[in-house]
Design a protein around this ligand. Structure first.
Ligand code: GUN
Length: 291
């Protein structure tokens, strides 16, 4: 069994990007910029956004973090996004979700210029992904494919079973793996909460991608020998032995499923660190495309 080290791969990606940015600076060129916009003070969102900003700074990207009170009007937020659409210093715009109820998230996402849509959430980005055009793929699914690439895991003609149909992970990763391209070209099944017998599907998986947000849901008897397991879940379960009173675990019962797997991602340290690395990569891509 090979443990997929997302922390290391993410660090490799960050240092590759840093080298590219150092080179731009050496040549006296402009560097890529990312603006993050946070509405309100949700502690989890604050942590996410501050990690994204720090990651940018560490590799020498320009970054700015806008934080606005949760009574900002929808129009105020849309105007702010539009101002960054026009701002040549920022190649990527990230509006942290979720947004307060009085703001229509879809409207905000659709206001971000597709040229700066480094989250890959705009319907144009999603549509391009579905028809196999070059675009920004959302960061977690892009990170999953990057792990498959860097571990040289064969995907062509393999049966990829995705658990979960979210717009952020399930649907985009299914579309990525479906593309007629290297490190994709898989046969894809999306399995979701209406499935009558989930293990009927999971047992057929050569590559199983779990993104349902249910702690330890995938058990040893649900997978076949040699399966590649990608665990996207980040769940908190009570653990009194920990100072915090909880521990973080994935959607896969790692201890037992890892006995049958050929490759498996741990939680934490698997897919998680890839999300920010791919955000940086998307921002660099936006810079290259439009600078
Ligand atoms: N909220 C949770 N994950 C994400 C993400 O990847 N991007 C944005 N914009 N908001 C999020």
């Amino acid at each position: 069994m090979i443990l997929i080290d997302g922390k290391k791969i993410a660090a490799d990606i960050r240092s590759e990007l840093k080298e590219k940015i150092d080179e731009l600076k050496k040549q006296g060129k402009k560097v890529p910029g990312l603006v993050t916009i946070l509405v309100g003070n949700n502690p989890a969102s604050e942590i996410y956004v501050s990690s994204k900003g720090k990651a940018c700074e560490e590799i020498g990207m320009i970054t700015k973090s806008e934080q606005h009170p949760d009574n900002i009007s929808e129009k105020g937020l849309l105007d702010l996004v539009e101002s960054y659409n026009e701002n040549p210093d920022y190649h990527g715009i990230l509006v942290q979700l979720p947004l307060p109820k009085h703001i229509d998230e879809d409207k905000v996402i659709e206001t971000i210029s597709p040229k700066k849509d480094v989250d890959g959430f705009h319907p144009i980005s999603i549509g391009k992904l579905v028809i196999g055009k070059d675009t920004f793929a959302s960061c977690t699914p892009a990170g999953i494919q990057e792990l498959l690439i860097r571990y040289r895991i064969e995907t062509e003609g393999k049966h990829v079973v995705v658990l979960g149909r979210s717009n952020i992970v399930g649907k985009p990763i299914a579309n990525i793996m479906l593309q007629k391209k290297k490190f994709a070209n898989s046969v894809v099944t999306i399995c979701h909460s209406a499935a009558k017998d989930v293990s009927y599907y999971t047992k057929q998986a050569d590559i199983l991608i779990a993104a349902i947000g249910k702690a330890n849901f995938v058990k040893e008897d649900m997978v076949k020998d040699g399966v590649v397991v990608i665990d996207v879940g980040i769940n908190r379960i009570e653990d009194k032995s920990k100072l915090k009173g909880y521990k973080v675990c994935g959607d896969v019962d790692f201890k037992n499923v890892s006995k049958k797997a050929s490759y498996i991602t741990p939680v934490p340290g698997g897919v998680g660190p890839m999300t920010i690395a791919m955000l940086l990569k998307n921002t660099y891509k936006a810079y290259l495309m439009y600078e």
